[in-house]
Ligand binder design. Sequence first.
Ligand code: ADP
Ligand code: MG
Length: 254
Amino acid sequence: MMENIIITVKELVKKYGELEAVKGISFEVREGEIFGLLGPNGAGKSTTLEIMETLRPKTSGKVFIAGYDLDTQPREIKKIIGVQLQSSGFYPGLNLLQLIELFSGLYNEPVHARELLRMVNLEDKARAKVKELSGGQKQRFSIATTLINKPKIIFLDEPTTGLDPQARRSLWELIKEIRQKGTTVIITTHYMDEAEYLCDRVAIMDEGKIIALDTPDKLIDDLLAQGFERPRVVKKANLEDVFIHLTGHALREE
Ligand code: ADP
Ligand code: MG
């Protein structure tokens, strides 16, 4: 059972000048789960994530990560979390293998670089530079770098935004694999299908507040219990039907 609480956030507030971007939110994350922060642009997801990652100061409230108090033990927190770097932060002259070895040295954490690349399915790109990777490969590499210090928790901010469907699927499988190995994953997304597929529990944020928090299944059941029915699709055909009608065969037949 995943009952141990690994993150506690209490009455968290973040103000940017006049703007209150996070308005006193509270939630807990359980050890070993994939926890989603969902919501539209501007909801306060990245702000919340970056505060937990020790990258952004909060205005008020309390945050505990693996028992460490963010106010007094940020260094301890940094040691046990994995933070995704922007690919712009990677030294352009180095290949993937060299980058992992560099970070491994910085973290003072010995790591089997090839093994890590194999895990994110980039072993054949070991000698490639980051700029030579596709969008999905860049994201997989960036996730690999979060794992170098063997973190208890990793934070992913919209890891699949801008990726094509195949690259998204491959990233989803990687994230599940990481959780399988016991790492807690906190992910932000504005894709509901992604949250439904990946997340054990989700907090839905809007305008700086958490407006719902539960498993995707429970949230859907609650909605149905209120008598919700999805509006019927008005058109009785879609573009694929047009294609099949015009060409006489389905796309995947040949
Ligand atoms: P999300 O990740 O859900 O899109 P953000 O946390 O990035 O939301 O932003 C929440 C709100 O805070 C937005 O209105 C955004 O414009 C504002 N905001 C974010 N970062 C800053 C900043 N550094 N300075 C001022 N306002 C900011
Ligand atoms: Mg964001």
